[in-house]
Write a protein that binds this ligand. Structure first.
Ligand code: CA2
Length: 154
């Protein structure tokens, strides 16, 4: 029998330009669209008994607002902040205010790319980081966040 869904969802937040996935730069980001990734993560989260709130924005302030919402509504958060990863103190500060597990995720191996992608403002406030596995990074992140939520509940 399927596990019953818990009240709180896993928030999966995506930053700027990730809406373009699957349309350009397939050599770097693959051919899977963000909508496909949304479906895959929802199915994986369901297998752990969680619903997913999956969102994307090109606007830093909107991402900050969703992180504030997650303070009450999320059991855990997965975030691919896109280029804001490397620039945003606002997203760093918003994440600091969360008490639930935070998993930072990237499609590409940012450490094998340009130097400006090597620094992340998200990593110091994340429980863990998953980079470089393409769309599969999101599935690994769901497994990771689900186990962190379970551990915290013990
Ligand atoms: O590898 C990742 O997941 C990134 O977060 C993707 C960001 C990049 O700025 C980070 O350094 C690493 C960029 C997302 C833009 O995605 C596009 C997809 C297709 C075409 C153009 C951009």
């Amino acid at each position: 029998m399927a596990k019953k869904s818990r009240a709180k969802a896993i928030y999966v937040l995506n930053g700027p330009n990730l809406n373009l996935l699957g349309t350009r730069e397939p050599d770097v980001y693959g051919r899977t669209t963000l909508s496909d990734i949304g479906d895959m993560t929802a199915a994986r989260a369901q297998s752990h008994g969680y619903d997913v709130v999956f969102s994307q924005s090109n606007h830093e302030g909107e991402l900050v607002e969703w992180i504030h919402e997650a303070r009450e509504a999320a059991a855990g958060i997965i975030i691919n902040a896109g280029a804001y990863t490397h620039t945003s103190i606002a997203i760093h500060d918003a994440l600091r205010a969360l008490s639930c597990p935070i998993v930072e995720v990237h499609l590409s191996n940012t450490f094998a790319r340009e130097e400006f992608r090597h620094h992340s403002y998200i990593s110091p406030v994340a429980s863990g980081v998953i980079v470089g596995f393409g769309a599969n990074s999101y599935l690994l992140a769901v497994d990771a966040v689900a186990s962190l939520i379970e551990e915290a509940a013990i």
